[in-house]
Design a protein around this ligand. Structure first.
Ligand code: PEP
Length: 251
């Protein structure tokens, strides 16, 4: 059975104090209300990782939003996978479209990030997704497949099973426009069959594929009911504990 994951991406929001209050609320409600087969993750700003790790319980995993691809050294302002692991991080978002767009992260760099994260035992939450223009041109499936091929397909079958993939159509992120259940399911099925073409159906069947892009309490149920959607990566709605948890309870 595939792991169900509901992950929040706080992006560049919340002071440490505000983050501690939100994380405490998420941890308490998750413990009381979220079924134990749903893994809740919160991906918080770097500065909040260490303090937030102290207020989480065993039901909520700690995630980072990025990691540098090198082990250590003269990379001013960057954070390594070893540093993340040392404060209790277990998940890390890699390849979010905002990092690809604003920080020029390439598929080749992301492959290195995946490797260094996994070497530290972190689970990559690997993001892929197309622009509206690519969808309108009908090249969205090939584009997403190439993101996966170039950043993940060097992994062994054992290792790819440890990665969580998040399909996030760029036109749906932070826009209030969600992919329809059918559009999302179609792409998730294509991603799974692309994984199967490289690793075989049995391996592809074990890989969790999350949907991200304006997922909210009122549209989560339909999306999460789709056969190939195994959870969500949630931006805006993860900033309110009740909204976030109501998505986690939508299964
Ligand atoms: C995201 O940034 O990963 C995301 C899905 O954001 P939002 O839910 O706000 O669209």
């Amino acid at each position: 059975m595939r792991k169900k994951v509901i992950a929040g991406n706080w992006k560049m929001n919340k002071t440490v104090e505000e983050g501690l209050a939100l994380a405490t609320e998420v941890a308490n409600i998750t413990k009381d209300e979220v079924p134990s087969d749903v893994q809740v993750v919160i991906c918080v700003p770097y500065i909040a990782l260490a303090p937030v790790s102290k207020v989480l319980n065993s039901r909520v995993a700690l995630g980072a939003q990025n990691v540098h691809q090198k082990e250590s050294g003269a990379y001013t302002g960057e954070i390594s996978a070893t540093m993340l692991a040392s404060v209790g991080v277990s998940y890390v978002i890699i390849g979010h479209s905002e990092r690809r767009e604003y920080f020029g992260e390439t598929n080749a760099q992301l492959a290195e990030k995946v490797n260094i994260a996994m070497a530290q035992g972190l689970t990559p939450l690997f993001c892929c997704g197309e622009t509206l223009q690519q969808r309108e041109q009908g090249i969205h499936i090939d584009f997403v497949n190439s993101q996966l091929t170039e950043s993940l397909f060097h992994l062994s079958a054992e290792d790819i099973k440890k990665v969580v993939i998040a399909y996030e159509p760029i036109w749906a992120i932070g826009t209030g426009v969600t992919a329809s259940d059918e559009q999302a399911q179609e792409m998730h099925a294509k991603i799974r069959s692309h994984l199967a073409s490289k690793y075989g159906a049995a391996v592809a069947d074990e890989i969790s594929i999350l949907y991200g892009g304006s997922m909210k309490p009122d549209n989560a149920k339909g999306l999460l009911a789709c056969k190939d959607i195994d959870g969500g990566l949630i931006g805006g709605a993860s900033l309110k504990a009740r909204d976030f948890i109501s998505i986690a309870k939508s299964y």
